[in-house]
Ligand binder design. Sequence first.
Ligand code: ATP
Ligand code: MG
Length: 231
Amino acid sequence: MSIKVENLTYIYDEGMPFAHKALDNVSFEIENGDFVGLIGHTGSGKSTLIQHLNGLIKPHSGKIFINDFDITQKDQNLTEIRKRVGIVFQYAEYQLFEETVERDIAFGPSNLGLSENEINARVKKAMSDVGLDYDIYAEKSPFDLSGGQKRRVAIAGVIAMHPEVLILDEPTAGLDPGGRDEIFELIKSLHDNNDMTVILSSHSMDDMAKLVNTLMVMNKGRLEFMGSPRD
Ligand code: ATP
Ligand code: MG
């Protein structure tokens, strides 16, 4: 899926004395299949931008085209878009709520009108893709897992939906360097083995520059750079 954003501006608490322009006239295009790294300091607008891309936040002004379909138009039914644009949120581990890992991962796919067999197959494939052994983890409570394992469960839940765009908001936050490398490897293999556009946000460019094809740099709500990591 291609993504085209035009002059996106978003203001938190609009009209209040403490109103804050979190996105300031942001425009860019992402081609189908691209692997994009989104970096910027804390508060630069990464999460705000990401939440616009499946319609969770409506912009103050500007347009967002997903495959030439403008998702900012009024009264759009975004159910279809949300199936196709999957987001693993910044605090993904707090979104796990079922009693077992298996049920948590099955939650999204079970709303797609699939057969029981197909759902089970998707859960098993997703767990294997994120490196969680089915026999060990399926029946465990997500609350009993480590931070990195919870992150993997959240990623599995999103990829089991078979999204065309996978967006991960700081998927390595709070992990040690070894855990970070593992998650980056995992995301790279997800991108390389599926026909998916992937967007990945992080504070730091260090671990990402060698991974992605395109780098986007946010600063104070503005898109300051977009291009090859080499540049
Ligand atoms: P981080 O790296 O810390 O996750 P970020 O780049 O994701 O930061 P955002 O969360 O998008 O940044 O925040 C952008 C700006 O918008 C910040 O100045 C923040 O204080 C402000 N902001 C974010 N969420 C809200 C909110 N719910 N209400 C008001 N202001 C907000
Ligand atoms: Mg954020």
